[in-house]
Design a protein around this ligand. Structure first.
Ligand SMILES: CC(C)(COP(=O)(O)OP(=O)(O)OC[C@H]1O[C@@H](n2cnc3c(N)ncnc32)[C@H](O)[C@@H]1OP(=O)(O)O)[C@@H](O)C(=O)NCCC(=O)NCCS
Length: 197
């Protein structure tokens, strides 16, 4: 069977088919998968043994991108998980806390604890061209990577292109704009090193 990248390339070469498939899969106004696609999601996604996604989670996870949740990992109530523009891969024993928003491409390791109200986003809207509205300029993505054994405090924001190392604490309310090395505590807006752990 062809892998997803080959299929994606094939669709790029056939824009009419791509538009038609996109119409069948995505609600164009809401920019989220149609109800019948959402029902099928557990069949085309990897969800590890003992993992749990609460009913109120908004899973905007169309089949043309990967979504994977490791064993014993949990996505708590009122989260929004969106992989429409990039894969989302979450490791084992990881907790995505209440009211988090994750927009791919994002990779999160194992034994990671995201507190409440966090946004992890790999997506920016383009805005450089002043002759066009921002919503006419498309988007760009830079992957976000969060290592293993990380605790991110409430209401933090992790921005596109950031890599967070292993055994890291991000203080509550931080806005993380740059990479974070292993064994550190960072905090503030923009986030700066508070101390080595
Ligand atoms: C970072 C945190 C863990 C404290 O760690 P700590 O090692 O005890 O740090 P301290 O309290 O000694 O503070 C060290 C410095 O960081 C600062 N600091 C602490 N928390 C901060 C935050 N959220 N934002 C910015 N600076 C912070 C302190 O003011 C202090 O600065 P100073 O040295 O200039 O006085 C804690 O403040 C925090 O943010 N916890 C998150 C709690 C949470 O989100 N819980 C949700 C349940 S999972």
């Amino acid at each position: 069977m062809k892998d997803k990248e080959t299929i994606r390339q094939g669709l790029k070469d056939n824009p009419r088919l791509k538009r038609w498939l996109d119409y069948l899969i995505m609600n164009q106004r809401d920019a989220r998968p149609r109800w019948y696609i959402r029902l099928l999601a557990p069949l085309y996604q990897h969800r590890g043994f003992g993992s749990k996604i609460y009913h109120s989670v908004r899973m905007d996870t169309p089949p043309y991108r990967d979504f994977s949740l490791g064993k014993q990992s949990v996505i708590e109530s009122f989260c929004c998980i969106n992989n429409a523009v990039g894969d989302i891969v979450i490791g084992d024993y990881t907790r995505i806390g209440i009211h988090n928003t994750i927009i791919g491409p994002v990779t999160i390791g194992s034994h990671v604890n995201l507190a409440q109200g966090i946004t992890v986003t790999a997506l920016n809207h383009n805005f450089e061209d002043t002759s066009l509205r921002i919503d006419e300029q498309g988007i760009s993505t830079q992957p976000v990577v969060i290592g293993n054994d990380v605790w991110i405090g409430a209401n933090a924001v992790i921005l596109p292109g950031v890599t967070i190392g292993n055994h890291v604490v991000v203080a509550a309310g931080a806005v993380v704009t740059k990479d974070v090395p292993d064994n550190t505590l960072v905090g503030g807006v923009p986030a700066k090193l508070i101390k080595q752990i």
